[in-house]
Design a protein around this ligand. Structure first.
Ligand code: FUB
Ligand code: ZN
Length: 627
């Protein structure tokens, strides 16, 4: 059994995932969050029922009556939930979860049509198949079904859902491709699903179809036909303006874009296509350098849920959809496997802590869809997904909550890779890791503390390599007292013995970050980070009566960390100082050159950004004017 992604043995990758159960969380930061997520999974099932998403499948299966509810991608919410449930049951058996997995698998199998087609809403409504592929998400649902089926098969050994996915995959292979229908689904993800199906079954036709979908995009085959003045009429919305091999940047709908390039990376890995791999690596660089928020989140526009132009990264209007960060993590993971470069693991860490974790409340009961970097004083939540409401239990378009569930359920898979007894540790969390006779325990209070102790439990009688990622921000860090290079792996190659310990000491001073000068909306501001965490000021932690927008941080003042076990489930806060304006000008604009408004000194307290909005929806900001 493997984790979420396991390239075939023939794939020329630098790193290989560990077997599914070889990485475990125990105690520590991530184990607590994973436990809260696990507890939320049965609740998620209830919410899927209440929303009608499970009901749609039941009606299509002949197990219920009525009309279908919601958009035609509702099935995908159920599939993501199934993936989460599978990883959790596989890790620690739970009969009730298994019963739900079996019951849903039976329903889904019964809903599937004779020739393999499956989409409950389209079937129940009697709509024509593939008639509106730019928006119908029929292949998107197929992709999520394939991912869920793989998780269920690998984590539980149950194959009923896999049979459904195979039948759907066969139907797609017979329907689409160079000799079949030429349209593309407006929303990618089927590419990743098909590659997983190929990995699971060894059937080349699934990889061939994924390769076709990757190369067919960029020629206007996914865009809505005819004229539509909205983003639906723009090929860029669907990553369909420029072929991926020629593209120079990510654009359009952020989730569609990163799911697509993650699938293209899978194809590059499995086919050994160096040109395609170079292209997707270039796209990742473009995203990282010009289109990523400081939190690692992506998406700058509410209109079209889209990337903006280079450096268009407004903090208050940030879209930063949770699913987009999850897709970017999936992409970075594939690039990490392909290249072995520490920078991709740095990216995964940044996004896990600061782009996915903020999306879920500390108790895992509520979710953000949109992850703003600045909730203004007096903000009014107009749309359901507006972050001004605070997190919500579910959404009419509920792509994000079950996506968080499956991501946190598969977290251990991102910790390490290994083969031949060597082990590469990418993410630091208390727990245990094992690779072919080499087993270690990891003890750490990361991210609050930078000491990471790796104790060998079992070692082969020959030389193996233990690699520990040194994050790019961790200058001045050491491994067993010796300096290590940030942004690379510290490697120890030797014959280890059980009981010995190596200690990585990462330095975690709070630090200030400044935006690139082209990021107009951030000019004059700084952000605070400590270790992997981005920080924010939130109203409840500041002196009473101050308006958050009137605060300035003094960048020359020292920053001091303090651990607060009593606050927000236990966090390290950062203390700084600054000023608050005492008399705002009473005009919106004034002649240039006037002295700054009067201000008085105040202490500032920053919390980890992920923890904001757990005390009510208060004003908050990540980027703070410096002055
Ligand atoms: O279209 C399916 C999902 O719904 C997308 O990935 C999200 O952005 C939301 O629009
Ligand atoms: Zn989403």
């Amino acid at each position: 059994m493997t984790g979420p992604v396991g390239p075939r043995p023939s794939a020329p990758v630098a790193l290989r995932p560990l077997p599914f159960t070889a990485a475990r969380l125990a105690g520590g930061f991530w184990a607590r969050r994973a436990a809260a997520n696990r507890a939320a999974i049965p609740v998620g099932y209830q919410r899927l029922k209440e929303a009608g998403s499970i009901g749609n499948l039941r009606i299509a299966a002949g197990e219920g009556d009525g009309t279908a509810t919601g958009a035609s991608f509702r099935d995908s919410d159920v599939y993501k939930w199934l993936e989460a449930a599978a990883w959790e049951h596989g890790r620690s058996p739970d009969e009730r979860l298994l019963e739900r997995i079996r019951e849903l698998s039976r329903t889904i199998a019964a809903a599937q049509q004779e020739d393999g087609y499956l989409n409950s809403a389209i079937q129940v409504r009697g709509e024509e198949r593939y008639a509106q592929l730019w928006m119908s998400h029929e292949l998107y649902c197929a992709g999520h079904l394939m991912q869920a089926a793989m998780a269920v098969a690998r984590a539980t050994g149950e194959t009923e859902l896999l049979e459904v996915a195979v039948k759907f995959g066969d139907h797609l292979a017979a329907t689409f491709g160079p000799d079949g229908r030429s349209e593309l689904d407006g929303h990618p993800v089927v590419e990743m699903g098909l590659v997983e199906l190929y990995r699971q079954t060894g059937e080349r036709r699934y990889l061939d179809l994924a390769t076709h979908f990757v190369d067919a995009r960029g020629h206007g085959r996914a865009v809505k036909p005819g004229f539509d003045p909205s983003h639906y009429g723009d090929p860029a919305h669907y990553s369909d303006r420029v072929p991926v091999r020629k593209a120079r940047t990510v654009e359009g709908h952020a989730v569609r874009s990163v799911y697509f390039v993650a699938g293209a990376t899978d194809v590059a890995i499995e086919t050994g296509d160096a040109e395609l791999l170079a292209a997707v690596r270039g796209l990742y660089e473009a995203m990282r350098n010009e289109k990523q928020h400081v939190t690692g989140a992506i998406g700058s526009r509410w209109d079209g849920e889209a990337f903006g132009e280079p450096f268009e990264l407004p903090p208050d209007r940030a879209y930063a959809e949770t699913c987009a960060a999850i897709g970017a993590i999936q992409w970075a993971w594939r690039l990490l496997l392909a290249t072995g470069e520490a920078g991709y693991a740095d990216q995964i860490e940044l996004m896990l802590y600061n782009a996915v974790l903020p999306a879920v409340s500390l108790d895992s009961a509520d979710y953000f869809y949109v992850n703003t970097l600045h909730r203004r004083t007096g903000a009014h939540g107009d749309l359901e997904r507006s972050p001004a409401h605070g997190r919500r239990p579910w959404f009419n378009c509920a792509c994000c909550p079950p996506n968080v569930m499956r991501t946190l359920a598969s977290l251990p898979a991102y910790l390490a890779t290994g083969s031949g007894g060597s082990l590469q540790i990418h993410q630091y969390a208390a727990g245990s890791l094992a690779s072919e006779g080499f087993a270690v325990d990891v003890d750490t209070d990361y991210p609050w503390d930078g000491e990471i102790a790796v104790t060998v439990r079992q070692a082969p009688a020959h030389e193996v390599e233990l690699s520990l990622r040194v994050p790019a921000w961790a200058s001045g860090s050491t491994l067993d007292g010796q300096p290590v290079t940030p942004g690379a792996y510290a490697r120890i190659r030797r014959t280890f013995t059980a009981g010995e310990r190596v200690t990585l000491s990462l330095r975690l001073p709070a630090r200030l970050l400044a935006p690139n000068d082209r990021m107009d909306s951030l000019r004059g501001c700084v952000a605070v980070a400590r270790g992997p965490l981005v920080y924010a000021i939130e109203q409840p932690d500041q002196p009473s009566g101050v308006t958050l927008e009137d605060i300035r941080i003094d960048p020359s003042a020292p920053l001091r960390a303090e651990h607060r076990p009593d606050l927000l489930g236990g966090v390290t806060v950062v203390h700084g100082s600054g000023t608050v304006i005492t008399a705002l000008p009473d005009t919106p604009y004034h002649p240039h050159g006037q002295p700054p408004p009067p201000a008085q000194p105040i202490p500032l307290t920053l919390i980890p950004y992920y923890a904001w909005s757990n005390r009510g929806p208060h004003p908050m900001r990540v980027w703070i004017p410096a002055g």
